[in-house]
Design a protein around this ligand. Structure first.
Ligand code: ACM
Ligand code: ZN
Length: 555
């Protein structure tokens, strides 16, 4: 593999449009193989041509790329010298692509729409940041000659957005999808329900959004006894959900919805109290943390409810997987071993007897296994598979489930050793709601902990896995919980540039990763964020705090 990022002045040949070779190769995530040679290709006025058989999604993206080049360079496609040719190469793996650049042509090969989309993202990042703008710009509109061969390390390259604790308008969701596409992520895991709000329209259960989507105020900062007195809420109509699914699909991103159960269900139980063990009344939760009220595992109504909700959801979201949550069903770490409603509920106790679950501290886990298996079977009937948070592994998990490991890597390692597929999302490296500086008083309020860009970048997801079990790792995911994030600017600030760092964990082989090179490449991304109006964190430049409240880091 040859990688030559920095060109000497001697190597800088001039092309027909008299532009020098770009000085750095700053594509994130770094492609697997990059060989650059002398000379440049002028994109100004280049013809953009598509070969036979390119699918609609890719074809539309190629046309959009062509239009974009014409807009930013100010010269219509075909009015210049060279050609950018996109053609199918069936020999390539589904998400792989190749780009061969010479002075006369750019030849792009891929075997799937995503391969073409990723090639376009790479080409865009190889061009001046102004290519992301919406108007003609003066810039060196050239690409270096050479060859790029690229494919991702992991199939699941995810980001989770929590729309339950705070609600994100569809326009903001689209901005998140745009920036995911730029860094070749392919899964948006959408956390749509929680104790503090139900955000998805379910036609058969209108009270879920009439009641469950609204809370009577929100606690202020970290004062657990407070309430700001402002009614808060919102939800996505099914049309809006479909719009987001289509928008993401056009960018090669599949949306996996999460309905978190049987815990984190207070909002649904406020709307339909019969779903809980006591019958309520319940409230949409106004404070963060974890509610002790959970779905009644002994009541068959909850399985009808799950089936009905999943029927409507499966009709909206075509993804292979649906996430069924399963985390913190019995409270947080502090509540371990304390009673839960299932222990004293006659219906739940009867269900445990029926299932021959032995009384004892682990009984609750086996009853949760039963709920998980019922949800898994319901979804299997609809042709879908389940992902659940690490807690669903406790007890006796039915085969076929995929584990999302969040409390460190332990659940992932254990699950893989038992033959389950896993997605690694250890909070130590992947929780973007954590602080980005140790000087917390200079930062917007966050949930706690400390996760700088460098630590995100340092994650090696196979660490600790028994040899031979790493093949169960489907991929890596970053999670952005939003208890303490209430505005789009703050959301983007927590996301960027940590998203750039995780994209290299998801995409690059370990030998391709290089933190120093990555930091240099970030300058290009920052210029794009400036141009496109994204808010981003500048800690890697020694600047702390949300823009407007920045303070230079102390030496
Ligand atoms: C989680 O962070 N409760 C999955
Ligand atoms: Zn019960």
């Amino acid at each position: 593999m040859t990688r030559e990022f920095v060109f000497t002045a001697a190597a800088a040949l001039l092309c027909a449009c008299a532009a020098p070779v770009p000085e750095t190769f700053s594509v994130i995530p770094m492609p697997a193989e990059v060989e650059l040679s002398e000379g440049v290709f002028c994109v100004k006025g280049a013809a953009v041509v598509q070969g036979e058989g390119i699918a609609d999604v890719a074809s539309a993206a190629i046309n959009a790329f062509s239009d974009r080049l014409a807009t930013v360079t100010g010269k219509a496609a075909g009015r210049g010298r060279g050609t950018i040719l996109f053609s199918e190469d069936k020999a390539l793996a589904p998400e792989a692509y190749t780009i061969n650049l010479s002075k006369d042509s750019v030849l792009v090969g891929a075997s799937s729409p995503n391969g073409f989309l990723y090639a376009i993202e790479t080409l865009k990042q190889m061009l001046p940041p102004a290519v992301y703008g919406s108007q003609k710009a003066k810039a060196d509109w050239v690409l270096p000659c050479g060859r790029i061969t690229d494919a991702p390390r992991f199939a699941h390259r995810g980001l989770m957005i929590d729309s339950a604790r705070h609600f994100w308008e569809t326009d903001e969701m689209k901005r998140i999808i745009d920036v995911m596409a730029m860094y070749k992520l392919n899964i948006l895991h959408w956390h749509l329900t929680d104790d503090q709000g139900w955000r998805v329209e379910i036609k058969k259960y209108p009270r879920l959004t009439e009641v469950g989507a609204w809370r009577n105020g929100t606690m202020v900062a970290k004062d657990w006894d407070s309430n700001d007195g402002i009614r808060y809420g919102g939800f996505y109509t099914q049309d809006e959900l479909r719009e987001i699914v289509a928008y993401a699909a056009a960018k090669g991103i599949s949306v996996i919805p999460e309905i978190d159960l049987p815990g984190h269900m207070n909002a649904a139980m406020a709307a339909y109290p019969e779903l809980g063990c006591s019958g309520g009344p319940y409230e949409v939760r106004t404070i963060w943390g974890i509610s002790k009220d959970i779905l009644c595992a002994g009541n068959d109504r909850i399985y009808t409810f799950i089936d009905d909700v999943m029927t409507e959801l499966a009709d909206i979201f075509p993804a292979e997987y649906i996430h069924i949550g399963g985390d913190e069903c019995f409270g947080g770490r502090r509540e371990v071993g304390k009673p839960v409603p299932w222990d004293s509920c006659p219906k739940c106790r009867a269900r445990m007897r029926e299932l021959h679950i032995k009384p004892g501290p682990d009984a609750r886990h086996f009853l949760q296994n039963y709920v998980t298996a019922r949800a898994q079977d319901i979804l299997a009937d609809k042709g879908r598979r389940i992902i659940g948070w690490g807690e669903i592994l406790k007890g006796d998990l039915q085969e076929g489930a995929t584990i999302m490991s969040w409390r460190g890597a332990a659940a992932g390692i254990e699950a893989a050793s038992k033959g389950f597929d896993v997605i690694m999302s250890p909070n130590s490296n992947c929780y973007f709601d954590y602080y980005q500086s140790e000087e917390q008083d200079k930062e917007p309020l966050a949930i706690g902990n400390y996760l700088p860009v460098e630590k995100v970048y340092a994650l090696e997801p196979t660490d600790g896995f028994e040899p031979g079990t790493e093949s169960h790792i489907l991929g890596v995911q970053a999670n952005l919980w939003t208890e303490y994030i209430a505005t789009p600017e703050h959301l983007e600030y927590m996301l960027l540039p940590r998203l750039c760092a995780v994209s290299e964990v998801q995409w690059c082989a370990p030998e391709t990763k290089d933190y120093e090179r990555f930091l240099l490449s970030l300058d290009h991304s920052f210029a794009v964020f400036d141009l496109t109006g994204y808010t981003y964190a500048k800690h890697v430049k020694g600047i702390i705090g949300l823009p407007g409240a920045e303070q230079p880091a102390e030496e």
